[in-house]
Design a protein around this ligand. Structure first.
Ligand code: ATP
Length: 275
């Protein structure tokens, strides 16, 4: 159980103006939602995705753009996680819930994976895409927040030498599905505060790999830097959104052994940079 405690209340909760504004900005700027969308929300029972579900449900009550919502939860323990609290919440919001049991933890254990978070996220995405497509959805909404954006950007920069983070909106060819991330402008702090204010409890099972990962180490690094660079997260976000072509270093293309330097094959580690 997460530390946020509270009680469930029926119906959509009234989301604060600031949270609505920041979510609305992301949705508008990246054209995330259009009339008639059938949106699958990936819900883990954790803080981000629970707030995302509440936000999308609430926005729907007043937005002229009408869309359908369904919740999808991958049970990574393959049946040992209790989905009852999530079911109760979804019933109160009148959002259909699909629980998909899958032995992701077992797969990670067996593979002795070096970067379990990356494998887990990829497996989960595939499972969610397939389930959402089967249920007739055309978009999958995930609860990545501003901290996730910044951590991913810095991890890629420091580990892979490329400054990039995940996209706010992305087309998945194989699943024929849009992936949208409406919470990219919300910090973890704002999300926790909003859940406290709303009195929403979280009920995510704990990941045994969560404590010591590349992401948790990057989080600590950002916390260390924060006193010296109070605007660090906004600066990283700004850099991602305003990368100017004029900032590129444009080398003169040269042939090496018949291959242009710019056409050289991309290595595996570079390819895995979308953590
Ligand atoms: N087991 C799951 N089932 C369905 N969707 C999931 C699951 N785990 C994560 N997601 C989706 O992917 C997003 C990013 O996952 P991540 O592992 O980064 O979780 P997180 O930052 O802890 O988010 P949350 O607080 O929602 O668990 C989540 O916000 C959620 O939308």
């Amino acid at each position: 159980m997460d530390e946020i405690k509270g009680k469930e209340r029926p119906g959509p909760l009234r989301i604060s103006a600031k949270i609505r504004r920041l979510t609305g900005r992301a949705i508008y700027r990246y054209d995330m939602i259009t009339p008639g969308d059938r949106i699958a929300v990936g819900v883990s029972g954790g803080k981000d995705s629970l707030l995302l579900l509440h936000i999308l449900k609430f926005i729907r009550t007043y937005s002229p753009v009408k869309y359908d919502l369904q919740a999808f939860s991958v049970d990574m323990t393959n049946g040992q996680w209790n989905p009852a609290p999530l079911q109760t919440l979804c019933d109160s919001l009148q959002v259909p819930l699909h629980v998909i049991p899958y032995a992701i933890e077992h797969i990670i254990d067996v593979k002795r994976e070096e970067s379990p978070c990356s494998l887990c996220a990829n497996l989960r995405r595939g499972i969610l895409n397939a389930a959402a497509q089967k249920a007739g959805c055309n978009k999958l909404a995930l609860g990545h927040n501003l901290d996730d954006v910044v951590e991913t950007g810095l991890m890629n920069l420091l580990r892979n030498g490329r400054f990039r983070s995940f996209q706010p909106k992305l087309w998945h060819d194989r699943a024929e599905m849009w992936l949208i991330r409406p919470m990219i402008y919300l910090s973890e702090f704002q999300i926790r505060n909003e859940l406290h204010r709303l009195g929403v409890a979280t009920f995510q099972h704990c990941c045994k790999y969560g404590a010591d990962t590349e992401r948790s180490r990057t989080k600590s690094l950002i916390a260390e830097l924060k006193p010296r660079f109070p605007d660090l997260k906004q600066s990283v976000l700004h850099a991602l959104e305003h990368h100017a072509p004029a900032d590129h270093w444009t080398a003169t293309p040269r042939l090496y052994a018949g291959v242009y330097e710019s056409d050289r094959p991309v290595s595996d580690s570079e390819r895995q940079s979308d953590l």
